[in-house]
Design a protein around this ligand. Structure first.
Ligand SMILES: Cc1cc2nc3c(=O)[nH]c(=O)nc-3n(C[C@H](O)[C@H](O)[C@H](O)COP(=O)(O)OP(=O)(O)OC[C@H]3O[C@@H](n4cnc5c(N)ncnc54)[C@H](O)[C@@H]3O)c2cc1C
Length: 344
């Protein structure tokens, strides 16, 4: 039986940075991720440009995920993809982690980094709408170029929908936003950008049906707005109505961490949960002044890992040393600096 020091459930930004940091703290580390790829929610916005991570130039979600994975791989953690953690139990001094593929993993500590859980986009409730998913009905944008010089109708008024609308302005011919409520709920600054570009925004409006051609390409979207019905010609349709969250994993009865709204793990301070040995990082953990952004996941990861280290070895340093003082980087620094100086 192979017992890991720390098993991280979820391979999003919180899980990936935890993996890097636990390697730095000499812990035998495993990541378990239900999706076939690492990166978490950021994979739902691969083309979006991320501006607000300290020390990084603006970069696309796709590139950001690559960077995170590269960093997480530095200390060679074990990575299990396509594996959903279903249940966690406690046995003697370690946790037993059961997965949907029948595997069982053993670990001294757990960092729960399941973020928004397993996300499924909320689909349009219109008969036969699935058939258009093969043509021009989208629930996310995987390749911005597809939308170049096109008229795109976006349904949704939250942050995701409006972020997409703003991103698309640079490539599309026209963007039209429709939303069923009386006001968009996205960040004001993003809404302002749409207004500055004269984007048509239809409120109190909903998609009723599609008119398509013989190849099942949507050509017109039938919209109801108040009492009126409109047929809007389009090239592509993007639906951004949010996500349905699958409950993700369960804990055995004797190790139920305190939760908020049945989902979030409540931090008892420094990303510890109410169960000794189980920690939380990223969007799953809740505490006062929590920053629900990528930068917040990094701070959580550091706290969770440092406390996991102390749980295993109460005599360990409370914090890792800064990079410059850490022996683990001496060889790697030499290699990196050699490359830098060979270029000058
Ligand atoms: C459209 C959009 C745009 C955003 N833009 C920005 C931005 O510009 N800047 C910013 O800072 N933040 C942004 N965010 C927020 C940011 O993406 C999140 O804060 C961040 O992804 C949280 O990371 P996480 O690792 O906690 O969770 P997640 O990214 O949700 O990762 C959790 C991972 O856990 C996995 N998982 C869940 N349950 C299980 C299970 N039972 N077994 C195994 N694996 C499991 C999931 O598959 C997922 O990969 C944006 C979010 C969205 C939706």
């Amino acid at each position: 039986m192979e017992v890991f020091d720390v098993t991280i459930i979820g391979g999003g930004p919180a899980g990936l940075y935890s993996a890097f940091y636990s390697g730095l703290r000499n812990m035998k580390t495993k990541i378990i991720e239900v999706q076939p790829v690492l990166g978490g929610k950021v994979n739902t916005y691969p083309e979006k440009v991320i501006w607000d991570v300290g020390g990084l130039p603006p970069l696309q979600g796709r590139q950001f995920v690559q960077n995170l994975v590269e960093q997480a791989s530095i200390f060679s953690p074990t990575i299990c993809l396509n594996t959903k953690v279903e249940q966690i139990q406690k046995q003697d001094n370690f946790f037993v982690i059961s997965t949907d593929c029948g595997e069982v993993h053993y670990s001294k500590t757990i960092i729960c980094a399941v973020g928004g859980g397993i996300l499924h986009p909320l689909k349009l409730e219109i008969e036969d709408s699935e058939k258009y998913e093969k043509t021009n009905l989208h629930y996310t944008i995987l390749d911005m170029q597809r939308f170049r010089h096109k008229t795109v109708l976006i349904s949704g008024g939250g942050n995701s929908a409006i972020d997409w609308a703003v991103e698309l302005l640079s490539v599309t011919k026209d963007v039209i936003v429709i939303y069923r409520k009386e006001q968009l709920t996205a960040h004001e600054a993003q809404v302002e950008k749409l207004k500055e570009h004269g984007v048509q925004i239809m409120l109190h409006a909903e998609i009723k049906s599609f008119l398509s051609n013989d190849s099942d390409m949507i050509e017109q979207v039938i919209i109801s707005q108040n009492e009126d019905i409109y047929a809007i010609p389009v090239d592509e349709v993007l639906i951004s109505h949010g996500y349905q969250r699958e409950a993700s994993l369960t804990f055995a009865d004797n190790i139920q961490p305190l939760r908020k709204n049945d989902y979030y793990l409540v931090s008892q301070g420094r990303c510890m949960t109410s169960v000794p040995g189980i920690f939380g990082a990223g969007d799953i953990i809740s505490y006062d002044d929590k920053v629900g952004l990528i930068v917040g996941t990094f701070q959580d990861a550091v706290l969770a890992v440092n406390n996991a280290k102390l749980y295993i070895d109460p005599d360990a340093n409370e914090y890792a040393m800064v990079s410059s003082h850490n022996d683990k980087f001496i060889e790697k620094n030499n290699e990196l600096l050699k490359k830098v100086y060979s270029k000058t």
